[in-house]
Design a protein around this ligand. Sequence first.
Ligand code: GLU
Length: 288
Amino acid sequence: MSVASLVTRFAPSPTGLLHLGHAHAALFAWHAARIGGGRFLLRIEDIDRQRCQPAFERRLLEDLAWLGLEWEQPVRRQSEHFDDYRAALARLRARGVLYPCRCSRKDIAAAGHAPHPGEDGVGDGPIYPGTCRPTRRSFDPAADLPTVDRGEPLALRLDVARALEQTGPLVWHDRAAGPQRAAPERLGDVVLARKDTPTSYHLSVTVDDALQGVTLVTRGADLFHATHIHRLLQALLDLPTPGYHHHPLLTDAGGRRLAKRDGAQAIGALRAAGYTPEMVRNAAGFVD
Ligand code: GLU
């Protein structure tokens, strides 16, 4: 990767107030770009129309600007690009690696499979036991999505084993952890789209990082396992593979990871308590 082409990004979901942990992630990506003479992008990951709120987005833009970060315009907002994700989904369907799944969360929990290794932070829960996988054979890749859209809870899942048969072994590189053999089977047949949302975290993040020309994905170590799936999606969709740097999550004094519910750590609250941007940057682990 030539230094001049370095592109990093911070990709928050506006589901709550920005806290010190987010500030750490944002500054991490921003510094990586600055040190490498590259570009820094901001992306709003708001595909979950129920949990994401414009008010949170406004606040997070304000907080990041107050912290001293600058990013390129226009900001990519995922909710404005569902067509890109639909197109990617159609390509995957044409490859025969998707199948419809009608299992509820309860059905999956009842199957008693172990949760994902580590906490992947993307709300996928336990590894899917594959109950609906046999439907892949009768799933017409050319059928319109609405025809499989009727009915109960419906999701489209990635048949990971079948996908790996097509791609063969894959590798990716993490700046901290070194070379990795992609092991998407650790996450199992993840959901790539739902009846009410024609995409998912895994699909939209993979498509967007490629469309935006991101060359170094920096994010918390909680998403390390998700990268195995993203690498597989890149191979299936003929997308480039960026470098990765998964960083440790910021924790509180008791060693617990910071969460949006910890209001006291919100950037706005620190600001109201008299902290300067420099103090908050330092508290987030970055010394100017
Ligand atoms: N939107 C995700 C989050 O808020 C981060 C996605 C990523 O960096 O890949 O945790």
